[in-house]
Ligand binder design. Structure first.
Ligand code: BGP
Length: 459
């Protein structure tokens, strides 16, 4: 199905795996302060997660046993710069170096994400959020520290996780701290700063790590029209533009597309951009497109989709249901064809390599008496997704760099749930009871190992 150096592997974030929230000199992030999610009381906090901080060698050995070629993780900004912008915490940086070295020991390519929604708390206290220029400046400093330290060892950087979702969060955070009349404008500026941050990473690698490639990432959710009524088709097109393509346009061309500017103009929030900013965007366009894929969505006339109103319903499973598809336990639509469509769309439009760096299904699971999980449903889920990706490569000519599953080892969900499990490896802990945090292989472990060993020939 795929080229020889295809990057099979898995993908995680720092706060969903590491734990050690206040160890090794780490400063608090907005997760530690409970500012990020409106989590149910039954959910876990972020203090221990799956304790990857102390168990990374054991976990990476398991990934190596599965034959991983790549592993995408995020760096906790406040572990490296505890207050976000001042002194560097050597111990924090050394931890990530050790993770990178451990991966390289097994010839697993580290794919480093610099920002997975976890803004250092100190920056929020001082500046409010991404609408403040100082946060962008702090991110540039942080980027330089990391890129310089990793040097030749890291070839792939993802500046921001799911930039469309990250922008949503930044917009909402800006809204909380500025006066009513300035809200929308602050949200737009926050988005602008985050896009500049991505271009900044590209320019930073150009200077200090010219071998490295930078991928702009979105959560790609293809929108289908509710019916073939032209107004519904138009609504789907607009939703696709707002959620998926506007940001990808900026990543790839360094220019704000006309409809994005019109959206801002309509909200009376069109900023006066500095020429240097616009030049910076143009000078820092990305090398490849990275994306997550979980589900497709439906758009209909009369209920306009915007970045602000979309991702809340996405996570809580409240999107319109599609009669042709089944849904997961969390109400997410299961749509393998949507994945083919997604990579095909990105490839056709932007003529860049595409890297699927998150995909998976969250399921409630328990260990059986044999201390494993017979997760045939996960095998069936991934088989269907990979069959569609094969078609995208073979029939549509998509240049696909790799396929990383989300949460190859069970981890906390975005809402802090341990019961929503994604892994090939079971982690024995509950929402509140940490137990021994032992790792057990599920049935899908051997299955994915064989997929990788045959480079996708045997699914
Ligand atoms: C993406 C995030 C991840 C991850 C994943 C699954 O949006 O990048 O952090 O959590 O979704 O979502 P959830 O954990 O809500 O099931």
């Amino acid at each position: 199905m795929v080229k020889e150096n295809f990057m099979w592997g898995g993908s995680v974030s720092s706060m969903q795996t590491e734990g050690a929230w206040n160890e090794g000199g780490k400063g608090p992030s907005i997760y530690d302060a409970g500012l990020m999610t409106s989590m149910a009381k039954t959910s876990s906090d972020w203090k221990v997660a799956i304790d990857f901080y102390h168990r990374y060698k054991e976990d990476i050995a398991l990934f190596a046993e599965m034959g991983f070629k790549a592993y995408r993780f995020s760096i906790s900004w406040s572990r490296v710069l505890p207050d976000g912008e001042g002194a560097v915490n050597e111990e924090g940086l050394a931890f990530y170096e050790a993770v990178v070295d451990e991966l390289l020991k097994y010839e697993i390519e580290p794919v480093v994400c610099l920002y997975h929604f976890d803004l250092p708390l100190a920056l929020v206290k001082k500046y409010g959020g991404w609408h403040h220029r100082s946060v962008l400046e702090a991110f540039k400093k942080y980027t330089e520290v990391v890129v310089k330290r990793f040097g030749k060892r890291v070839k792939y950087y993802i500046p921001m996780n799911e930039q469309n979702a990250a922008s949503t969060i930044a917009i909402q955070m800006a809204h909380k701290v500025v006066p009513e009349a300035e809200k929308v404008k602050a949200g737009v500026i926050a988005e602008h700063h985050m896009l500049l941050a991505v271009a900044g990473v590209k320019n930073c690698t150009r200077e200090f790590a010219p071998h490295a490639e930078v991928g702009g990432m979105v959560n790609f959710t293809p929108f289908y029209p509710k019916t073939s009524k032209p107004e519904d088709v138009l609504a789907a097109q607009i939703a696709n533009r707002r959620v998926n393509y506007q940001i990808l346009d900026v990543f790839t061309t360094g220019v704000y597309p006309a409809d994005m500017l019109k959206d801002w103009e309509e909200q009376q929030a069109l900023p006066v951009f500095q020429d240097t900013d616009l030049a910076a965007l143009k000078s820092g366009t990305i090398d490849f497109i990275a994306h997550s894929y979980y589900q497709s969505a439906i758009a209909a006339e009369g209920t306009p989709i915007t970045l602000e109103n979309f991702f809340g319903d996405f996570v809580t499973g409240k999107l319109l249901k599609n009669d042709y598809l089944q849904e997961s336990e969390w109400g997410w639509m299961i749509d393998p064809v949507g994945l083919r469509l997604a990579v095909k769309e990105m490839s056709d439009r932007y003529k860049l390599p595409v890297f699927t760096i998150e995909c998976g299904i969250g399921v409630q699971e328990e260990l059986n008496d044999e201390k494993t999980v017979e997760d045939d449903y996960r095998i069936a889920y991934f088989t269907a997704q990979l069959e569609q990706l094969s078609l995208a490569v073979e029939e549509d000519g998509v240049d696909l760099m790799g396929f990383l599953t989300w949460g190859p080892i069970d981890l906390l969900s975005s809402q802090g749930e341990m019961k929503k499990r994604y892994g090939f490896i079971y982690v024995d802990r509950d929402e509140k009871d940490l137990k021994e945090l032992k790792r057990y292989k599920k049935k899908s472990f051997e299955w994915f190992k064989q997929v990788i060993a045959t480079n996708g020939a045997v699914l």
